[in-house]
Design a protein around this ligand. Structure first.
Ligand code: PLP
Length: 398
């Protein structure tokens, strides 16, 4: 059976050029970058080259890129690292209700000693800026809001958030209060949206290789020069004392290459993905009744489509799609398996029953028009079969 993978927000396949680039570092080029001999120096140069490739994707300085084990670690390091560096000034942090659990659960963990505000979103899943302005007080030290949401693809108003924080910081500089630090989890935005860190006043930004056709278990945190931070891990002097542990050179090489490819292809790829995504939504909305789009296409990642199919459970849809060779997702991958409606859709005010019938389709590099045609042909039959088993749907039809 032909298999169609349309779950790229969960993870992506490794790009063949990325694999080719990293393989020698799992074989003959195995040196430890801290060693002073030839093998070590070769690894050291490779590490710094990859740092440059990552920095270049965001127009950042190489000294501002710190390698980690992925998005979750970057989020933890950003939030806990900033909070512990500013502890004496810090009693309040701000985040949003739609963050990935890597951020939400880190903030929840910090609730023991700090006040945390979880900002609401509108019906399209976009953070309410007015609420952000109201919620920042003299005690606020960190704002952490994602660049784009993993479930709906909703792109957050990062530029406006930066402006709000900038104006608070301008006032603070007059009274010698420390700045509010701004972190954004850009794990889903990187490689899909252009990000220029010389234009955006972001202090900390998380990314992860496996969402941009790199391997799992490697990521990075951008730390703007001058941002006060404490490390999470203590040990050797790696990553300028910010992240102890011998560097994962094959992974780092792969992340560097994935960023280099993303920089070259981003614009063309985004257009291609948006075209496929729009075709998928057109097909679904024309062929199936009682469907709702969760989000706004013009404020959404080009590859993501989140749809509620009324009178159906998302899990049953997923199983039936899988039997036809189509791999999609219900809510975020990390929460699928639980029947709880997605916290993101709940925050958007989506009716819990509709939220349970929601599917996320997330496209990637290798998806084709033919695959979209196949999905559009296959879905109506599955929906019809499942709705025929729904007593609520049958009553509605009477
Ligand atoms: N943040 C977001 C928005 C994500 O989508 C994910 C993964 O799904 C993560 C963080 C965690 O990244 P990682 O899997 O690299 O730990």
């Amino acid at each position: 059976m032909k298999r169609i993978y349309i779950d790229h927000n969960a993870t992506t396949p490794v790009h063949p050029e990325v694999l080719r680039e990293m393989l020698p570092f799992l074989k003959e080029n195995f040196g430890n970058p801290s060693s002073i001999h030839w093998f070590g120096q070769q690894a050291h140069n490779t590490l710094e080259n990859a740092r440059e490739q990552v920095a270049s994707l965001f127009n950042a300085e190489t000294a501002e890129i710190f390698f980690t084990s992925g998005g979750t670690e970057s989020d933890n390091l950003a939030i806990k690292g900033a909070v512990s560096a500013l502890r004496q000034d810090c009693s309040h942090i701000v985040t949003s209700q739609i963050e990935h659990h890597a951020v939400l659960n880190t903030c929840k963990y910090l609730e023991e000693g700090l006040k945390v505000t979880y900002l609401p979103v509108d019906k399209y899943g976009i953070v309410k800026l007015g609420e952000l302005e109201k919620t920042i007080t003299a005690n606020t030290i960190l704002v952490t809001i994602m660049f784009a949401n993993n479930e709906t693809g909703a792109i957050q108003p990062i530029e406006d958030i930066c402006k709000i924080i900038q104006s608070v910081n301008n006032e603070r500089s007059k009274i010698s209060r420390p700045n509010v630090v701004f972190h954004t989890d850009a794990v889903q935005a990187v490689g899909k949206l252009p990000i220029d860190l010389k234009q955006l006043e972001v202090d900390l930004l998380s990314l992860s290789a496996h969402k941009i056709n790199g391997p799992k278990g490697i990521g990075a945190l951008y730390i703007r020069k001058g941002t006060k931070m404490q490390p999470l891990l203590h040990g050797g002097h790696h990553e300028k004392n910010m992240r102890a542990g011998t560097e994962n050179i094959p992974g780092i090489v792969a992340l560097g290459k994935a960023c280099e490819i993303a920089k070259k292809t981003l614009e063309k790829e985004a257009k291609h993905l948006a075209k496929l995504r729009n075709k998928l939504w057109k097909g679904i909305s024309e062929k199936i009744e009682h469907v709702n789009l969760n989000g706004l296409p013009e404020k959404c990642l080009p590859n993501t489509l989140n749809v509620s199919f009324e009178f159906i459970e998302g899990e049953s849809m997923l199983l039936n799609l899988d039997l036809k060779g189509i791999a999609a997702s219900a809510g975020s991958a990390c929460t699928s398996g639980s029947m709880e409606p997605s916290h993101v859709l709940s925050a958007m005010g989506v009716d819990p029953v509709k939220a349970q019938g929601s599917l996320r389709f997330s496209l990637g590099l290798n998806n084709t028009e033919e695959e979209i045609d196949y999905i559009v042909e296959t879905l109506p039959g599955i929906v019809k079969k499942l709705r025929a088993m729904s007593p609520i749907y049958k009553n509605k039809k009477k």
